[in-house]
Design a protein around this ligand. Structure first.
Ligand SMILES: Cc1cc2nc3c(=O)[nH]c(=O)nc-3n(C[C@H](O)[C@H](O)[C@H](O)COP(=O)(O)OP(=O)(O)OC[C@H]3O[C@@H](n4cnc5c(N)ncnc54)[C@H](O)[C@@H]3O)c2cc1C
Length: 499
């Protein structure tokens, strides 16, 4: 009889068994939404790789002082306008606990180095900053065919700009509290009027749900990933899986994780933050093309830090009209925006103070005890020397966190809208999503959500209909001159150093 051949291990079969259609890197709002869109359109062989031990990304809770606080995104922003923010129906479906934030009474709650600022000072200052804001907005509308300027440049056209501590605090409130960067940096043309406000409305709703704002992401994930009692059990989601290398070619994608495992796919969707892309955390092989890197490096990863303080008792007045306070220091941006969490958590005695940009970076570098000392100094200026020292403080460190490297993106002056097409354009079979790729809603939860859908649809169009997004050719031509110039510069400097 015939001897049966010894079965050789089928190498191609093992490769095929692990190869999937799409690998999604990052399980924040954008990555999870992209997976949902793919799944609903028949692409179910996907793999989601997430470095953290849970999904949600920058929608993240922290247990502090006996309550659940939001370390990252806190508000549903863009409500009560002409269009419905896509986060609202999801929030309604899961009964997400949230309340409209009322900022109306802010002039009544401005404090300076010597306690409460008189209304006689606060009201005209507020009127001035409001008018200044409106006038820069109208300049922005006239700039549509002109080159961009910064918000500060626009303020100078008004003839007078914020100088006193009270004016600076109000200016910070109107600008930095949203963009997390100062008017000197922020693009006027592309941020005023803010599309989120104009399209979805300028009301914001503060989320204070014990399940966290992240439960919105969980709800989206549970609609297509297997789960038991709301806990995801689907092995297409791999938590605690840090990606550090992405190799790509016409044949497909190889994604290597920290433990050395290699996952292969036809396509990848990269949803990590702009800050992560700007760092060297993920090694792209070959290097991303010049036009892509230029876009990544041009856009800004801003820093927005909410510091939480727990007190043994309240020394401030609660109740409506007292929720938000400004602190007007000679140093712009020094612990400027305060919010008590009394209406959400009546017995917790927790205050939240927001800092941004350089102050955030500075505060991240020092021990929390020093930050507490500074804050107690500020509170004593505001409320007098009898203010009790906080029992506990929580200072998130967004820049230091290698999985984020900042809080959210901001549009800097000089970045033209083409940057967005470049940020989201695929490189070969690598697609890019995330809040920073949204031209209209960058920086927001709804931006991340809408981009997740849009990028997944663009991948589907390429995969199913061979209608692929403009990629290398278009942008290569655009940036070849720049690239050529830079190469010439670096060749010249090499020559110089060899002399
Ligand atoms: C302090 C703060 C306050 C904010 N406030 C608001 C607000 O009030 N309202 C609002 O609308 N928006 C707010 N935002 C912005 C909002 O949180 C983001 O726009 C949105 O959550 C971004 O989602 P994303 O999916 O694009 O990115 P992410 O949430 O960052 O998701 C990316 C995921 O990738 C993972 N990852 C990173 N590197 C790797 C790697 N190498 N390998 C594997 N996984 C990796 C990360 O862990 C993360 O889970 C705030 C953000 C911060 C930080």
């Amino acid at each position: 009889g015939r001897v049966l051949p010894v079965e050789e291990p089928d190498v191609s079969a093992t490769v095929k068994a692990t190869r999937v259609s799409v690998i999604i890197i990052g399980a924040g709002m954008s990555g999870i939404t992209a997976g949902k869109t793919l799944s609903e359109n028949g692409v179910k062989d996907l793999l989601i790789l997430e470095a953290r031990d849970e999904i949600g990304g920058r929608m993240m809770t922290h247990d502090f002082g006996g309550i659940t606080i939001e370390k990252g995104a806190n508000w549903i922003e863009g409500v009560n306008g002409p269009n419905v923010n896509p986060i609202i129906p999801i929030a309604k479906e899961i009964g997400l606990v949230n309340d409209r934030s009322d900022f109306e009474n802010i002039t009544n709650n401005i404090y300076g180095a010597n306690g409460k600022v008189d209304l006689e000072v606060a009201e005209p200052a507020n009127k001035f900053i409001e008018d200044l804001y409106e006038s820069s907005e109208s300049l922005a509308l006239r700039l549509t065919n002109d080159t961009d300027v910064s918000v500060l440049t626009a303020q100078r056209f008004y003839g007078r700009f914020p100088v006193t501590p009270v004016e600076m605090a109000l200016d910070y409130w109107y600008n930095d509290f949203t963009s997390a960067e100062p008017p000197r940096i922020t693009s006027l043309k592309n941020t005023q009027p803010l599309p989120t406000d104009a399209i979805f409305g300028d009301d914001v709703y503060f989320v204070h749900d014990p399940r966290g704002y992240k439960s919105v992401v969980h709800h989206l994930a549970n609609s297509y990933l297997e789960n038991k009692n709301e806990t995801i059990t689907d092995n297409r989601l791999k938590l605690n899986t840090l990606v550090n290398k992405i190799e790509y070619s016409k044949e497909g994608v190889e994604v290597t994780t920290k433990d050395g495992t290699v996952y292969t796919s036809d396509y990848a969707i990269v949803s990590v933050s702009l800050g992560v892309l700007q760092s060297t955390a993920i090694d792209f092989v070959p290097d991303l093309p010049f036009w892509k890197l230029k876009a990544i490096y041009t856009f800004d990863m801003a820093v927005y830090t909410k510091i939480f303080l727990k007190f043994s008792k309240k020394f401030w007045s609660s109740g409506s009209g007292n929720k938000f306070w400004l602190y007007a220091d000679e140093r712009r941006g020094y612990y400027p925006i305060w919010e008590n969490l009394d209406s959400e958590f009546p017995d917790a005695n927790v205050l939240m103070v927001t800092v941004t940009d350089e102050e955030s970076r500075r505060i991240e570098q020092q021990p929390d005890s020093e930050t507490l000392d500074e804050i107690m100094g500020v509170l004593k200026n505001m409320f007098g020397k009898d203010v009790p020292t906080a029992d506990d403080i929580y200072v998130p460190k967004w820049v230091a966190d290698p999985l984020f490297r900042g809080s959210y993106s901001n549009w800097p002056v000089g970045a033209e809208p083409i940057v967005f097409q470049q940020l989201q354009a695929p490189v070969e079979n690598i697609y890019f999503t995330g809040e920073h790729t949204s031209e209209l809603y960058s920086g927001y939860v709804h931006g991340a959500h809408l981009q997740g859908m849009s990028i997944a649809n663009s991948l589907l169009d390429c995969k199913k209909n061979q209608k692929c997004a403009p990629t290398a050719q278009v942008y290569d031509n655009l940036s070849r001159d720049c690239a050529g110039h830079l190469e010439a510069v670096s060749i010249n400097s090499q020559n110089a150093s060899s002399i």
